[in-house]
Design a protein. Structure first.
Length: 202
């Protein structure tokens, strides 16, 4: 297997893994009942947290354009991974809705946004001939992420509690996305030429 084909495959595999983890943002509904039952949160507060989360996610996606002018895709995703880890870990210790809006709503969700956009642009760069297909694969994993992490959350909460779930998931997400980012590097100029030649031949 030539080096260009190998890098294409690796970027898609690890890019998909990152999207599966970023999809965690849609597993929030699995935490609502346990949080309201065992802590001082109520439905209006947890709903506001999710709203703040979506706004922060979108803001993170937007800011990546600025970040990629200063950092590499790999570094931007690593920053996102660090925010996911820190945000979820801190969220597991809060009992106040205002702090939850900061730790999960802002910190964690900005991390999701950074990883989401930086990952997409880098992986797509390896597939100028299959942008639609690759985008579809990534977004499918992103969509499945909510179901995947939701199921894991319910298992952990059943055994322990939502705080422990946040801690465990935060560690897994942070490590998985951080490691995966090492394979999310857009093609260099000489690789772009080889990439186009390879596509032309095939």
């Amino acid at each position: 297997m030539d080096i260009i084909k190998k890098k294409r495959i690796l970027s898609l595999i690890f890019g998909s893994l990152i999207y599966l983890n970023v999809g965690f943002i849609y597993s929030w509904s699995n935490y609502i009942d346990p949080m309201e039952y065992t802590s001082s949160f109520n439905r209006s507060q947890t709903s506001v947290t999710f709203t703040v989360s979506i706004i922060s996610f979108a803001t993170g996606c937007f800011l990546v354009g600025w970040m990629l002018k200063r950092f590499s895709s790999e570094a931007t995703i690593k920053i996102g991974a660090a925010l996911m880890f820190a945000g979820l870990l801190l969220s597991s210790f809060v009992s106040n809705a205002a702090f939850l809006n900061i730790t999960y709503g802002i910190i964690t969700s900005l991390g999701f946004g950074f990883a989401y956009t930086a990952n997409m642009t880098a992986v797509q760069a390896w597939f100028p001939d299959k942008i639609g297909t690759v985008s579809g694969v990534l977004l499918t994993l992103y969509g499945l992420g909510g179901t995947f992490w939701g199921a894991i959350a319910m298992k952990i909460v059943t055994i322990s509690n939502w705080m422990t779930a946040f801690r465990i998931v935060g560690i897994i997400l942070g490590i998985a996305v951080f490691i995966s980012s090492n394979f999310i590097i857009p093609p260099k100029q000489d690789e772009i030429e080889l990439l186009h030649n390879s596509i032309s031949v095939n």
